[in-house]
Write a protein that binds this ligand. Structure first.
Ligand code: HEC
Ligand code: HEC
Length: 534
């Protein structure tokens, strides 16, 4: 088998299906009174014909990761035709583009050199005869690197450095109050401009069922999320508030019940390589879960699946592929012979003393092979995969405080009565000591992405950049991470490419993690040389 295949899930009726059927039923009844037999027959046919759910199947694991559905569409998605039509219906949100690139979504070309219809990170699933689209794991876990020759490479598994989810969610929620979304003539016109169409019958279905339902969902989402988004500084590209939206949507908690210190919690997207070796470690930025399976399942909830809609086999395919996904080799190693061996050796010694215990080491301590082979990671070190108390690490407490005992209790009730019930979530005392594999792709650094480069992390907080541009994808070969010019938050435009990240805002603090900051300049340079090979 190759290419997309239809794959019918064994899952029960989904939320969308249930709501849809109730509405269809009401419509059919109304139709009996209003317009007689023909509509009744068609409605009855639809009721019977539309109960099954199907989604394209991708044979290749990476294609599945990038484009496959994990079950987020029925509860959270948009009808595909509306997704394609929005750039024409609400053009001012898209600038010149007629796709989702302005929000940092990534598009690839298909075999014929045409741009694919859907971006990376958006899957599709047909429910009740309507194709719906929404997020999968690749949305937040696939980024890009632009090399010195100007070519831009897509890197599955690295943080989505381009994606500005805050702007995207803000845009989607703004549709709740946009009369254009309720106007069937405007919507149909936009669908036609995007290359689609609605037949007569479909137009009636969209007018009486689809659009009212989309608007109802948007209004509910907007009511739940808008107070949170208004209370937070914009996240900027590459970040998301992991747990607060989850509290408000999946757990139906109220914004007014959140404590002031839990509401500013945007976190950097992490890299997700070499998961097998992470089994049993306390991970997530605050180390709140030791179970690999639960971390993956809870990630899927972040993407919009619910216990009713989750597609466990699809997620298991992603997870299996992630187990041994190696980090791409740092370009510093590709240059092989150009490395300063004595600085590396010195840097490695400093690292083993000051950092290894918490972070482990690159494979076998080897470097400079130039072979292009991904070095495996040394997961040794006494404290790796455990948590350093917040007082000791001293970094911004926003993300740490957003994860509360109460939330952990509520989370453990999700999937209750199924084999997937969460059992491992716990409130911890600080942030996790994480492995540093693929470090060259992980900038800006720390859980909130508040320190642009590795060189800056080795400086004391007072001399780390107070404001810098996030979202560029050109590596900084000297300082580590990506080019991040300093900027002035007062005067910078906020777009996906020129987002000025201001460390003085709540949740964005760049303090703490002082290890290595008191080394001599020469020792820092050597340590940095070594870190650049990770
Ligand atoms: C909306 C963005 C988003 C989506 C979609 C998403 N993730 Fe994540 N993922 C994150 C963020 C943010 C974190 C860090 C969470 C934290 O601790 O605050 C994370 C953490 C993780 C981790 C743990 C990393 C570590 O070492 O601590 C794994 C593994 C992971 N995600 C896998 C997945 C899988 C598998 C999926 C799909 C089922 C997925 N993610 C979907 C944003 C996302
Ligand atoms: C006592 C444990 C401990 C020691 C020692 C330690 N770190 Fe860390 N490190 C942490 C913790 C905890 C975090 C996460 C903090 C956060 O995100 O707020 C972290 C985060 C990092 C990150 C950011 C990773 C990312 O993906 O953003 C880097 C880079 C790093 N450390 C490098 C070092 C270096 C280099 C040394 C040695 C000079 C070192 N660390 C020493 C505990 C430690």
């Amino acid at each position: 088998m190759s290419g997309p295949q239809t794959w019918v899930t064994a899952s029960q009726e989904h939320l969308w299906t249930r709501r849809w059927r109730r509405r269809l039923f009401a419509l059919v009844l109304t139709a009996v009174f209003l317009s007689g037999i023909a509509v009744v027959v068609v409605g009855a046919y639809l009721l019977v014909a539309t109960a099954r759910s199907h989604t394209p199947y991708y044979e290749d694991a990476v294609e599945h990761f990038k484009y496959g559905s994990i079950g987020s569409e029925p509860a959270s998605g948009l009808p595909a035709k509306l997704w394609y039509a929005l750039p024409h219906l609400v053009p001012e949100a898209f600038g010149e583009a007629r796709d989702y690139r302005p929000f940092g979504f990534l598009y690839e070309q298909d075999a014929d050199g045409q741009q694919r219809d859907l971006p990376i990170g958006v899957g599709s699933r047909t429910e009740s005869g309507i194709e719906l689209v929404w997020f999968n794991c690749a949305l937040c876990h696939t980024g890009t690197v632009t090399g010195t020759d100007g070519t831009r490479q897509i890197m599955p598994g690295m943080p989505s450095n381009n994606l500005d989810l805050h702007r995207f969610i803000g845009f989607i929620l703004s549709l709740a109050n946009d009369p254009r979304v309720g106007d069937i003539d405007l919507v149909e016109n936009a669908i036609e401009k995007s290359g689609g169409d609605l037949g007569w019958l479909e137009r009636q279905i969209w007018r009486f069922l689809v659009l009212p339902q989309v608007r109802e969902q948007l209004v509910l989402r907007a009511a739940a999320l808008t107070p949170l988004l208004d209370a937070q500084p914009p996240w900027g590209p590459g970040r998301v508030d992991t747990f607060n939206p989850y509290k408000l949507i999946q757990l139906n908690m109220f914004f007014s019940n959140l404590a002031p210190q839990e509401i500013v919690a945007a976190s950097d997207f992490p890299s997700i390589y070499l998961q097998r070796l992470r089994e049993g470690m306390q991970l997530h930025w605050d180390g709140n879960n030791r179970s690999l399976f639960e971390r993956n399942l809870s990630a899927a909830i972040g993407a919009g699946v619910t216990p009713e809609t989750v597609d466990i086999p699809a997620i298991e395919r992603v997870v299996k592929w992630l187990l041994d996904l190696p980090p791409p080799v740092s370009p510093v190693l590709e240059t092989g012979g150009g490395l300063d061996k004595s600085a590396l050796e010195k840097g490695r010694k400093i690292y083993r003393e000051a950092c290894y215990g918490c972070h482990g080491d690159r494979g076998n301590g080897g470097y400079g092979t130039g072979s292009g082979e991904a070095p495996a990671y040394d997961f040794g070190g006494e404290r790796i995969g455990s948590v350093t108390p917040i007082e000791e690490v001293g970094t911004d407490p926003g993300r740490f405080d957003s994860y509360t005992e109460e939330f952990a209790r509520n989370q453990r009730r999700l999937f209750a009565g199924t084999p997937y019930q969460f059992r491992h979530f716990e409130k911890t005392a600080g942030y996790a000591n994480l492995p540093l594999d693929g470090l060259w792709l992980r900038g800006p650094y720390l859980h909130n992405g508040s320190v642009p480069t590795l060189a800056d992390l080795l400086e004391p907080p007072e001399t780390r950049p107070a404001a810098f541009i996030r979202g560029l994808d050109t590596p900084d070969p000297k300082k580590g991470g990506f080019k991040s010019p300093v900027c002035d938050p007062e005067h910078s435009a906020h777009g996906p490419k020129e987002f000025c990240f201001d460390t003085s805002l709540p949740g964005n603090g760049n303090h703490g993690h002082l290890w290595g900051t008191d080394l001599s300049d020469a020792d820092k340079a050597a340590l940095l040389t070594y870190l650049l090979t990770f």
